[in-house]
Design a protein around this ligand. Sequence first.
Ligand code: SIN
Length: 331
Amino acid sequence: MKKSKLLVFSLVASLVLMAFATVSTAGPIVIKFSHVVAENTPKGQMANKFKELVEKSLPGKVEVEVFPNSQLFGDNKVLEAMLLGDVQLAAPSLSKFEKYTKCLQLYDLPFLLQNMKAVSTFQNGPFGQKMLMSMKDKGLIGLGYLHNGLKQLSSNSPLRVPADAQNKKFRIMGSDVLAAQFEAVGAMPLKKPFSEVFTLLQTKAIDGQENTWSNIYSKKFYEVQPYITESNHGVLDYMVVTSAEFWMGLPEDIRSGIKKALDEAIAYGNEISYEKSVEDRQKIIDSKRSEVIELTDAERQLWVEAMKPVWKKFENEIGKDNIDAAIAANK
Ligand code: SIN
């Protein structure tokens, strides 16, 4: 072999060896899972369970770092961060995807899905499953749904009928449907990140908010809100999402191992979500810091009548077929 050819050959050989060494010493794939709620909630428990399961089934290959309580990103930043590759998994509430898809606004329509059984039926059916892929062209893939539960209204004054909410300021998640829902009862909605809610309530910068029993309990909203109306007027669930670039870049065996662990963790989160909501509701009642107001059928019907026109307003954006499928899921 000529001297110059030998030189090229050894250069190529060392480059190949270097590349191989990089792959084999690159270490495990690190998944940052960012969320905004406390650890003792369905989402917090699901994230921790996922870490436990995946690190057990893919030892040394995948590591999960869970960041609860908006420690890494708030709910207004996490999806942008995901598209930049700074976080690999998140489970924002379904109300927080409006910038990326309109169809998920369905879940915010007041009094549409009547209980968590109907929510599961819709999510597991063809319309709910199709929505998981509704942001693929924006670079986001839905890997599954996770329950939290039905929302209640908390306030610094008793809310029994829609007129009680008039001119009151309510914090909402970043959703135009939720804004329309509060406007429908003459209230003033304010879109604010979850991490700011407690302080806004404590300083009385706002009068109230809507949330699930587990969020009201774990974030201590009940300590600064003397009244909670058990309205069950809407659902607060999550979509576990990742970036298409990260997901499709994973080796096939790793991707399927992660999905298996995630499915199991989501099933666990869904299983505990109902009992958590019952427990946290009771803990709030026992605390005596907040009075839980149960509505009569007639009072509840007034809220339904006031808020239901919001469906029509968003029908074109959400899709009538999606709304019809949700109505059918109630049966
Ligand atoms: C969450 O449950 O992830 C937060 C809900 C909210 O922003 O109210």
